[in-house]
Design a protein around this ligand. Structure first.
Ligand SMILES: NC(=O)c1ccc[n+]([C@@H]2O[C@H](COP(=O)([O-])OP(=O)(O)OC[C@H]3O[C@@H](n4cnc5c(N)ncnc54)[C@H](O)[C@@H]3O)[C@@H](O)[C@H]2O)c1
Ligand SMILES: [Zn+2]
Length: 373
């Protein structure tokens, strides 16, 4: 079991990572939340598998429990869904001491967290993440929100959970592609701040892909520790937190140019991380060998490391120019110094991205990135 503390003054909290933790959700929130009434927000697929375990655990701890479901999928991360959830909370007569528990992936966590941040001006919130992406990334750091028709995550808040309860065992039911895609964010944490995590993943790739519980718990805990450390130092993303976007500038461009949904987010980030490593090498910041090490590791996990030959470089660059994070300010790039150490720069020219993408296709275009099943 690992306990990781996020230091944020009065909003500090713990992430607990332990196999089998789902059965102990009730006891885990005792003493952390003052209320006695909880509502579990989840989605049908996760509800079928895990809702009864969680509600039983909460009831055994003496809490009054109800649940509400959202349809699931990015398409339900909307203000409409939030309005429906407010109704469910009112029907359940949840008051200011009520506890909202998000049981699901990043979609459920983001929308349930947004509801918890805004219902009655904010109630207690607990995250029980069930995808690898949510366990190592989305459940940590308090960013909650919904999409608007004009773009993703355009409305939201910072609302830190009271606790994050992570049970790696639930990943056994996750679709393979979702799991592998989540590994990209885990590797990202190694690249930006923890060479040992990166090496652990490299030497344990087979165990991780085989869902070896011990390897998985260790890698997830270590990855959570990195994000927790970054968030503790920069809660509202005024500076350092941007390093978490390593691989995302090009990644978002690739994701959009391929057509949303055709590449999983982590697959696009995997490609973007290799591009960022190559730009770093071109600028003389990092050794080219680092890009090879990164590509090798990602590829051994079944992740793609170069854009598909059908994907036009100019389309990627055009999509990057439309990215909201770039459109609202200068393009900030997270570049590599060495594995475990990055820096933020804002002087990457479009031509440098173009030539890195060309080099990437040349060097890694033939490397297969299909996830072993
Ligand atoms: N708040 C943040 O800091 C932050 C960070 C990164 C991403 N996000 C958000 O997270 C969202 C993506 O999250 P995601 O990748 O978890 O997607 P998701 O929540 O849509 O879950 C992916 C799929 O897995 C299924 N699923 C979830 N847990 C399962 C389990 N244990 N077994 C079987 N199936 C399961 C879901 O039904 C869904 O089909 C995006 O909306 C993104 O914007 C937020
Ligand atoms: Zn990401």
């Amino acid at each position: 079991m690992a306990r990781i503390r996020i230091e944020l003054g009065p909003s500090s909290y713990e992430i607990v990572v332990e196999n089998g933790l789902l059965e102990h959700v009730g006891e885990q929130i005792e003493g952390v939340c003052r209320g006695r009434q909880a509502i579990v927000i989840t989605e049908p697929r996760v509800a079928d598998l895990y809702l009864s375990t969680v509600t039983q655990s909460l009831a055994s701890a003496g809490l009054q429990v109800s649940s509400a479901e959202v349809p699931g999928g990015e398409a339900c991360k909307t203000l409409d869904t939030a309005v429906r959830l407010y109704d469910r909370l009112l029907d359940a007569r949840l008051d200011r001491t009520g506890i909202v528990i998000a049981l699901g992936g990043g979609v459920v966590g983001d929308v349930a967290g947004f509801v918890a941040a805004t219902y009655l001006r904010g109630v207690d919130f607990v995250q029980v993440p069930t995808t690898l992406l949510a366990q190592v990334d989305a459940s940590i750091g308090g960013k909650v929100g919904v999409d608007l028709p004009r773009g993703k995550n355009l409305v939201g808040a910072f609302h830190q959970p009271k606790r994050v309860l992570t049970d790696p065992e639930v990943l056994a039911s996750l679709p393979r592609r979702e799991f592998v895609s989540g590994l990209a964010e885990l590797v990202k944490h190694g690249i930006i701040a923890d060479r040992k995590l990166f090496e652990f993943v490299r030497s344990h790739s087979a165990a991780l892909l085989a869902l070896d519980q011990e390897a998985l718990e260790a890698a997830i805990a270590r990855s959570c520790r990195i994000k927790a450390g970054v968030v503790s130092r920069d809660e509202k993303e005024s500076g350092l937190r941007a390093i978490l976007n390593f691989g995302h500038t090009v990644g978002h461009g690739v994701e959009a140019a391929a057509g949303f949904g055709s590449l999983a987010h982590g697959e696009a980030v995997s490609i973007g991380m290799v591009t960022a490593a190559l730009i770093s090498a071109e600028k003389g910041l990092a050794d080219e060998g680092a890009a090879f090490e990164i590509a090798e590791t990602l590829s051994s996990l079944g992740l793609p490391v170069a854009p598909d030959s059908g994907l036009d470089t100019e389309a990627v660059l055009a999509a990057m120019a439309h990215d909201k994070k770039i459109a609202f300010g200068r393009a900030r790039f997270v570049l590599l110094r060495r594995i475990g150490d990055v820096e933020i720069v804002d002087d990457v020219a479009q031509d440098e991205v173009r030539s890195a993408l060309d080099a990437q296709r040349r060097l890694f275009g033939e490397w297969a990135g299909c996830a072993p099943s």
